[in-house]
Design a binder for this molecule. Structure first.
Ligand code: SAM
Length: 343
């Protein structure tokens, strides 16, 4: 995050004296790109190993001494790196989020955010027309797909423990369908933690290729990766649970109505549809919870013609479900919905 505001700065901000747009626009653009360079050059891994002077950091990252000093000092000001007597070391933020062997590593997600830049030049057009000239995956290379799937996996790893505590699937022999399941982490976890559970993950072929290449030690024989278009391909029936995780924000209203009806149609009687997304109108007071779904919405309209939807929108699309449970997650702005007893 940009450096925490001092007491005086907070007062100036409240009085509208601080030039907030400069921090929002200039600071955010430059700092985001700086984080990407830091990640690509292994800066956070370096300073996490042991405190080091600029000369060593320059050798490790391949950046010039002047450049690496600027970068490292920006990370000190931004709260990621510490500097004592000329020796740079990783602070808790860097160790937790930006060092690869941390279980909460988000580096792939940050690299994916950087890849949005090239397409964000079309934001005007997308906001005018409600969709981009062409959806993101039309121009995706294999490397782009890998970055994207790994980024989604970073997020899923953070959410997984809480999501798994909330969802209800049979203790044994359950059937789970993950639509747009990408990296397959949710399906793998269901199968790992529930005896004889089997799962189908449907997504586009390049996403599933990355998922297959990153298979873990879970019960892969119970997981089927199925290439298909979740809007049109036939879906397996008799499911105990269907997941739509981070999916509805990528479609327009009509597509979402139809997708939810299709998903509900593949449930067995008493089966549950789970929708996880960044929603507006959840009543949460936190500024981050209000801000993040809107950033996701702007980005998704630009990437693929999606939007940020409200809890009320989703409730309407699930009108045929007699039971509709709303479960805000601890991750800012993310909500999980369980819709069951479909008529
Ligand atoms: C934002 S990611 C979410 C991945 C995963 N569900 C998660 O929550 O981490 C959206 C996924 O949906 C897939 N997807 C989008 N539209 C699709 C479609 N029409 N058919 C199949 N997959 C689709 C994308 O390829 C991508 O893997």
């Amino acid at each position: 995050m940009p450096p925490a505001l001092s007491f005086t700065e907070r007062v100036l901000h409240r009085l509208h004296i601080l030039p907030t747009p400069v921090m929002d626009a200039f600071g955010a653009v430059i700092f985001a790109r700086a984080l990407t360079v830091g990640l690509r050059r292994g800066m956070f891994e370096s300073v996490a190993r042991h405190p080091m002077a600029i000369e060593e950091l320059s050798r490790n990252t391949g950046l010039g001494a002047g450049g690496v000093r600027l970068l490292a000092d920006a990370f000190v000001a931004g709260g990621y790196v510490r500097c004592r007597k000329g020796m740079y070391s990783a602070g808790p933020e860097a160790k937790k989020w930006l060092v690869k062997d941390s279980p909460t590593y988000l580096g792939d997600l940050i690299l994916y955010f950087d890849s949005l830049n090239s397409r964000l030049s079309g934001l005007d057009y997308s906001l005018e027309h409600g969709k981009p000239r062409e959806p993101y995956y039309a121009s995706f290379t294999d490397t782009d797909w890998e970055t994207y799937v790994r980024a989604m996996a970073n997020l899923a790893r953070l959410l997984l423990p809480e999501v798994m505590r909330r969802i209800r699937i049979p203790e044994s022999g359950g059937h789970v369908l993950d639509l747009g399941g990408s990296h397959a982490l949710y399906a793998r976890e269901c199968c790992r933690t529930h005896a004889d559970c089997s799962a189908v993950v449907m997504d586009f072929p390049p996403a599933l290729r990355v998922a297959a290449a990153t298979a873990g030690t879970g019960p892969e024989e119970r997981i089927r990766l199925v290439s298909g278009d979740i809007l049109t391909s036939p879906l397996p029936g008799d499911q105990d649970a269907v997941f739509l995780f981070n999916i509805v924000h990528g479609f327009d209203e009509e597509q979402n109505r139809s997708l939810i009806a299709r998903a509900a149609g593949s449930l067995r009687s008493g089966g549950r549809l789970y929708i996880l997304d960044q929603m507006t109108g959840t009543g949460e007071r936190s500024l981050i919870s209000a801000f993040m779904p809107l950033m996701v919405g702007l980005n998704l309209m630009n990437e693929i013609g999606g939007s940020a939807y409200s809890l009320a929108d989703i409730r309407t699309w699930c009108a045929e479900a007699a039971t509709f449970r709303v479960m805000p997650l601890r991750f800012p702005g993310v909500t999980l919905i369980e819709a069951t007893d479909w008529r």
